[in-house]
Design a protein around this ligand. Sequence first.
Ligand code: ADP
Ligand code: MG
Length: 273
Amino acid sequence: DGQTNQVVAPRILAIVNQKGGVGKTTTAVNLATAMAACKKKVLVIDLDPQGNASTGFGVPRKGRDADSYAVLIGEATIAEAAIETPVPGLEVVPASSDLSGAEIELVEMDHREFRLREAVVRHAATSPYDYILIDCPPSLGLLTLNALVAADAVLVPLQCEFYALEGLSQLVRTVERVRKALNPGLEIQGVVLTMYDRRNNLSDQVAADVREYFGDVVYRTMIPRNVRVSEAPSYGKPVIVYDMACSGSRAYISLAREVLTRESTLAANAFAA
Ligand code: ADP
Ligand code: MG
């Protein structure tokens, strides 16, 4: 009857910062959960060999046969590797320790920067997702490069600590280089301040510095340092499932609203261009 269910390709956000311990995985898991709570269909691709995002969703280590490594080397499709999480509407492509060799193996492969993008493009026509969030490892190596090439936009978590801005110029340069040579459409979705402690003057100073440096790119929402956020992964649950009322959960729900609002603006701009 001429009715077609047109599938819109998912928007892809890479969660990137080459520093470890700044809140990338926590943001990937909880932003994805909050977006799913906003009725979006979301996939998290765990691209860190440590597999913390997979663990954060309670995926057992031995349940990770078809993993992000298999997707990168073309042994599995995204549809084959995606598994359900306890959160309705949210799936994850888990990481296993196989991924730890990928950084080196990829060097030898054809289209080594494009492996994830090719998997995503192959998947796009039948994708059930509105958003794909990629949790990146703490480096700017080939895995992160694959994420930057596959992504529509980058989301950068920054920890509210003295060295927050250090290394950031390197990250910005990498994004520019990817934009010039590999992925001209790559945008910055935003910068999110994490582990904010309002009792600590340094947190406020860092937040002010980061806002001065990045302006409106920084989300108004700051993620507070909250013990519930750090406890939740040991139960294999996003904090929003573990304790919906805590300050960390409320912050991630507020962040999701900001991200989704920006997404509609970015989409409108892209349409106008
Ligand atoms: P990354 O992925 O960048 O290495 P993580 O998300 O794993 O960083 O966070 C590093 C550590 O800090 C983890 O132990 C995590 O539980 C903890 N953490 C992250 N965000 C918060 C927060 N808002 N409050 C308290 N602990 C946090
Ligand atoms: Mg991580």
